[in-house]
Design a protein around this ligand. Structure first.
Ligand SMILES: [Zn+2]
Length: 340
């Protein structure tokens, strides 16, 4: 079985966007506008139509089996409006994922976005995570380390600000993918520079914090191949040494995992060479940041299965870990959800 641990619902029916636009209009009139859930009129047929020619078609063509599926990351927009804005928006986004997991239980497993809001405590996020896991059968969450959308003024991930969500994650036995949303700071390109900067920043924050001492069972996934981390592994090892920290193996590798959303063979080869196999989870983020065909290979950039198969050093056992075994270990609820 091949489990793709990183997929977003990027083909939503337009009604979802209209709902978001209405939220923004309300906020223009009154920045303190208290959002209400309201009703999204999206039918099951619309949901089917939105994925049949897209994510499901690519699953079939590429021969992957399950996608761990969450709302569009760039759409989370935690910097927009206030806490109520984020709560109403998040509930709708998560419920669409839930409905897709019910329509396609053999293709999608849910991961939720959280109703974060800058400078607001994480109580609502804890509640939404509990609801999504206990009631909707989700197996993880996307945690935004920078809900300001590119200004990085929130506390680092080692700060006690984040501890309530870590506690709930450990209690529910679910991991988080550390994933920012769209950048509203014009110095960044969302998927080109902001995502990769945030991935790299998150790793350094984890390295220099006590989170894994305080939460030894916490599991965090850094997407997009870990940003610059694998390429600069020597720098991070050297910094750990200079800062008189334990080795990276002791410091983070029981808790931190990297996905394979790296869109060329040499990048994947480096990731597989540098990072222990047990810490790598297969993912493509298909229909996401990079959707075109690589003119050098004639294949989709985000068809990452090809690069895993194209790596000449992996043993069959290691490949199986990357495609399936590690995901089952990191997403503790996955095997219960889909069976052995
Ligand atoms: Zn993503």
């Amino acid at each position: 079985m091949i489990i793709d641990c990183h997929g977003h619902y990027t083909t939503e029916p337009s009604e979802l966007g209209q709902y978001r636009d209405q939220q923004k209009t309300d906020l223009q009139k009154n920045p303190l506008h208290q959002a209400e859930r309201g009703i999204l009129k999206i039918t099951d047929d619309q949901l089917r139509e939105s994925v049949e020619g897209a994510q499901l078609k690519l699953q079939r063509e590429r021969g992957t089996d399950r996608t761990i599926f969450s709302p569009r990351a760039s759409g989370m927009g935690h910097h927009i409006g206030n806490e109520s804005t984020s709560q109403a928006w998040t509930a709708h986004c998560n419920e669409l994922i839930y409905r897709l997991t019910q329509l396609y239980p053999n293709n999608f497993i849910g991961v939720c976005q959280l109703p974060q809001s800058p400078k607001v405590a994480l109580d609502a996020s804890v509640t939404e995570l509990e609801r999504c896991v206990s009631e909707l059968g989700f197996i993880g969450c996307n945690l935004n380390p920078d809900p300001t959308g590119g200004y990085f003024t929130s506390p680092p991930l080692g700060d006690r600000y984040w501890y309530s969500i870590y506690e709930k994650m450990c209690e529910l036995k679910v991991p988080a993918m550390i994933h920012v949303s769209a950048a509203c700071n014009p110095v960044f390109h969302t998927t080109g520079s902001y995502y990769l900067s945030a991935d790299t920043t998150a790793f350094m924050q984890m390295m220099t914090s006590d989170i894994f001492k305080d939460f030894p069972d916490l599991k965090l996934i850094i997407p997009h191949g870990g940003g610059a981390v694998p390429f600069h592994w020597g720098r991070f090892r050297g910094l750990a040494d200079m800062l008189k920290l334990p080795t990276l193996n002791e410091l983070v590798l029981n808790n931190v995992f990297f996905d394979t959303c790296v869109y060329h063979q040499p990048g994947i080869d480096l990731l597989l060479d540098v990072i222990p196999i047990d810490n790598i989870l297969f993912a493509s983020e298909m229909m996401g940041a990079v959707r075109g065909i690589d003119p050098e290979t004639g294949h989709y950039f985000d068809d990452t299965k090809r690069y895993i198969l194209g790596n000449t050093t992996l043993s069959d056992e290691d490949r199986q870990k990357i495609f399936e075994g590690n995901a089952r270990r990191v997403y503790s609820r996955l095997s219960d959800a889909i069976g052995a």
